[in-house]
Ligand binder design. Structure first.
Ligand SMILES: Nc1ncnc2c1ncn2[C@@H]1O[C@H](COP(=O)(O)OP(=O)(O)OP(=O)(O)O)[C@@H](O)[C@H]1O
Length: 380
């Protein structure tokens, strides 16, 4: 049976599923004392490249924040500044309100109480799993360290691999060793760089859920770098969306999804139907109706964004006239394309469609105006 099937049967959260998947018992990771983490006007330059421009962000003790954005937008750089493996060109990094990186002060990474899970896991190939986990502990050789390392390994379900070497482990197991190594010293802040990006889709869901449970259990303030909005939505209390070295928007998953501040933010969370138009009388006229264009200047070009899963395909004769041009079965829903008069591209819809409707059939199309978003075209 696969992890996917277990999830489908609602077992993913149960002890049965977890033990089958090999994770340890929840509630057995030691709790940390979470620290507040702050960035104040941080700029980072690498020669001619400005990786971060004047970034300010406060992360509350125990909060889980996702840094989300496309490749090269500065996510890893921000994480490395928090860890102390990089020093900012300008601005300050603060832990518990105290400068740890500023023109006046610098606290070395090993004295920050910060744990780091690297994207490639960065396990030492010549050390056993047990030695890798023990590496971050202050007294690396003592029996107390050994017990702590084994406890961390047990929490991620890998105690039995303590004497194996990294090359003998699967990618998922290596990720768990890296996680065990990071939590073993009970850091007040845990930083994770794309921790799920090397895992296949099925494994990724389980690892993400188990990691979320583990983070909550340790209570550590956590920052997770990802380019996947689903990762961010599933694991984080708040999402920091980044664009070209700046923060584009900060909010909960729901705030970013429902009230994106820009077309850029909107596109990150949904594959919209986009319709160009011009604002007139505070609205934009489209082949699908007229939509309010709040906050977009009168007379300017605008883009109307319609969520595919909000498009309703209804029997013909109701609402707008359309014709089904494609239909693909996706399990719970169908992905459907509908041609509508006056619009040069088919409209995408996602819904469970009756078996009686087929390609070429005439249908009705309804677009409820709530959740339709309108942005300035110049915003792109
Ligand atoms: N040590 C460095 N020397 C020169 N340029 C760098 C260095 N580190 C990062 N950069 C540049 O800074 C910018 C931001 O890089 P960063 O790795 O922080 O982005 P990212 O959002 O984490 O990207 P990815 O998702 O691809 O890892 C990029 O243009 C990158 O090439």
């Amino acid at each position: 049976m696969t992890a996917h099937l277990l999830r489908g049967q609602g077992l993913a959260g149960s002890e049965t599923a977890r033990s089958w998947l090999g994770w340890g018992r929840r509630g057995t990771a030691g709790a940390a004392i979470p620290m507040a983490l702050g960035f104040d006007g941080v700029t980072q330059r690498f020669g001619a490249v400005t990786a971060l421009s004047d970034v300010s962000l406060s992360v509350r003790p125990g909060e889980i924040v996702a840094l989300l954005g496309q490749s090269g937008c500065g996510k890893t750089t921000l994480l490395r500044l928090a860890a102390g493996v990089e020093r900012p060109s300008a601005g300050r990094v603060l832990l518990e309100g105290r400068d740890v990186s500023s023109p006046a002060a610098f606290v070395e990474p090993e004295h920050r109480g910060v744990g780091f899970v690297f994207q490639d896991y960065a396990l030492f190939p010549h050390l056993s799993v047990r030695e890798n986990v023990r590496f971050g502990l202050r007294d690396r050789s003592g029996s107390a360290a050994d017990a702590t390392a084994l406890r961390a390994l047990a929490r991620v379900g890998l105690e039995h691999l303590a004497d194996s070497y990294p090359h003998m482990l699967s990618g998922g197991e290596q990720q768990r060793v890296a996680l065990a190594r990071a939590i073993a010293p009970r850091p007040g802040v845990l930083l994770m760089d794309e921790p799920f990006s090397n895992l296949d889709r099925r494994l990724r869901d389980v690892v993400r859920d188990e990691t979320a449970a583990l983070l909550e259990e340790t209570g550590a303030t956590s920052i997770i770098v990802t380019h996947d909005p689903e990762d961010a939505m599933r694991i984080a209390d708040r999402i920091v969306l980044m664009r070209a070295g700046r923060i584009a928007q900060i909010g909960t998953a729901e705030e970013l999804y429902r009230k994106p501040a820009s077309l850029f933010a909107a596109r990150f969370f949904c594959d919209f139907n986009e319709i160009e138009g011009r604002v007139s009388g505070g609205t934009v006229e489209t082949p699908f109706g007229r939509f309010a264009a709040q906050g977009v200047a009168e007379g300017s070009d605008a883009i109307v964004c319609i969520r595919p899963h909000r498009v309703r395909i209804v029997p013909k004769g109701y609402y707008l006239k359309g014709r089904l041009v494609a239909r693909r079965f996706l399990g719970e829903v169908d992905h459907v394309l509908v041609a509508v008069d006056g619009f040069d591209r088919p409209l995408a819809a996602r819904m469970a469609l009756s078996d009686e409707v087929g390609v070429g059939d005439e249908v009705g199309v309804d677009i409820p105006s709530d959740e339709v978003l309108v942005f300035p075209a110049a915003d792109q």
